[in-house]
Design a protein around this ligand. Structure first.
Ligand SMILES: Nc1ncnc2c1ncn2[C@@H]1O[C@H](COP(=O)(O)OP(=O)(O)OP(=O)(O)O)[C@@H](O)[C@H]1O
Ligand SMILES: [Mg+2]
Length: 276
């Protein structure tokens, strides 16, 4: 496996329209190679004494803007816990989380909720869609909650439905969609507020191989567009499409590998060639 560090890509160009957005703003953290997401001495302990579990143990991690990072490791090694700490869904026992150059682990609950809505897109294994809302409404909702006008929310949703190949499924309920289509709705929803970072926990864990390819194709497109992406996965095929793979053992970083750029072709393309 080739190992080299690719220069960070910038999202500044395609983000020109984000004026008026509230903090945190892309690029607000200075140089383009500054990490968009950073963990410093991050730990999350559960229980105490003989029941103490170090779910995340002194993790230092910098994710530069535009990087696709896969987090792997055996069941119970702390992947989901780490992702939840990075996304402000859980609070660390000690250590720091920085997003867009701003320390976020000590924010008050309301500020943290606002931050999650505006700056982070979550994708989960079991989709977490609202059953009673259509595909389009599921995508629109977080935009409306973040303060977008109904018109803006509609326009962004239409573009995302198109981008995820779901334009003809806009009015379907989740129960009327396949697993792969549901996950594409969830990815579109994660993107609707143009997040600084997309965090995905086993996004292909419930999908068959065709649907997994659809999701990987989308991730590949996000990568090409410079979206910062952190994906927790057991699936080597998913990890192989990342720029960088870190593995966890007992809550601690055990390995950190930069994957090669693949000679100009997309990594997914190379992967599909390899499968054939
Ligand atoms: N709420 C909790 N209370 C106590 N222990 C917990 C809690 N949540 C997680 N843990 C423990 O923390 C450790 C890490 O769990 P985590 O869910 O992060 O692992 P994971 O790597 O995501 O596993 P998997 O691949 O099975 O999803 C495990 O030992 C787990 O039992
Ligand atoms: Mg997990």
């Amino acid at each position: 496996m080739t190992r080299h560090i690719r220069p960070g890509r910038t999202q500044a160009a395609r983000r020109g329209g984000r004026q008026g957005a509230e903090w945190p703003v892309r690029g607000a953290h200075g140089a383009h190679d500054a990490p968009v997401l950073r963990a410093v001495g991050l730990s999350r302990l559960y229980g105490r004494d003989e029941t103490l579990v170090r779910a995340v143990d002194e993790v230092d991690l910098d994710v530069p803007e535009g990087q696709t990072l896969a987090v792997t490791g055996p069941s119970g090694c702390g992947k989901s816990t780490l992702l939840q700490l990075l996304g402000g869904l859980d609070r660390p026992s000690s250590g720091e989380v920085w997003l867009g150059g701003q320390r976020v682990d000590r924010l008050a609950e309301r500020a943290l909720a606002r931050l999650r809505r505006r700056a982070i897109g979550f994708v989960f294994q079991d989709f977490h869609l609202m059953d009673e809302l259509t595909a389009a409404e599921n995508i629109e909702l977080p935009a409306l909650l973040a303060g977008a006008s109904p018109r803006t929310a509609r326009v962004r949703t239409a573009a995302l439905l198109e981008r995820t190949g779901l334009a003809d499924r806009a009015r379907r309920l989740p129960s009327e969609l396949s697993g792969g289509q549901r996950q594409r709705v969830a990815i579109a929803r994660a993107l609707v507020n143009e997040p600084l970072v997309v965090l995905a926990d086993e996004p292909t864990g419930n999908l068959d191989s065709a649907a997994t390819h659809d999701v990987l194709r989308l991730f590949d497109e996000l990568r090409a567009a410079g979206q910062t992406l952190v994906v927790v996965t057991h699936d080597e095929r998913v990890a192989a499409t990342a720029d960088r793979v870190v593995s966890l053992r007992d809550g601690a970083l055990a390995d950190d590998t930069r994957l090669g750029a693949g000679g100009g072709t997309s990594r997914l393309g190379a992967l599909l060639d390899w499968e054939n």
